[in-house]
Write a protein that binds this ligand. Sequence first.
Ligand SMILES: [Zn+2]
Length: 115
Amino acid sequence: MIYQGSCHCGRIAFEVEGEIGKVMDCNCSHCSRKGYLLWFVGREQLRLKTPAEAMATYTFNKHVIQHHFCPNCGCAPFGEATDKTGAARAAVNVRCLEGVDPGALQVVHVDGRSL
Ligand SMILES: [Zn+2]
């Protein structure tokens, strides 16, 4: 399955291929503010359709995750990081995907606030 994703204004657009299994709802100071519902995929499963320079990027804490967001409309459709094995990963905010009903997904609640 290929999902189409974007920010609200369309400055960031991408597609991501795979089957959405569980999604993560984290209560840390950052995720809870943005309302992320995250689906983790290999970075190669995500294809950016708009220039990478169109995205603004926020990092915090250990600065290992690049949280991309749109400088125009403010939506935060995905982030990128490298896992322990050196593999490039992406965390896709399924709220920014077309045709996905967040209420129909299995949500795993992560207590990031306590980490
Ligand atoms: Zn936008």
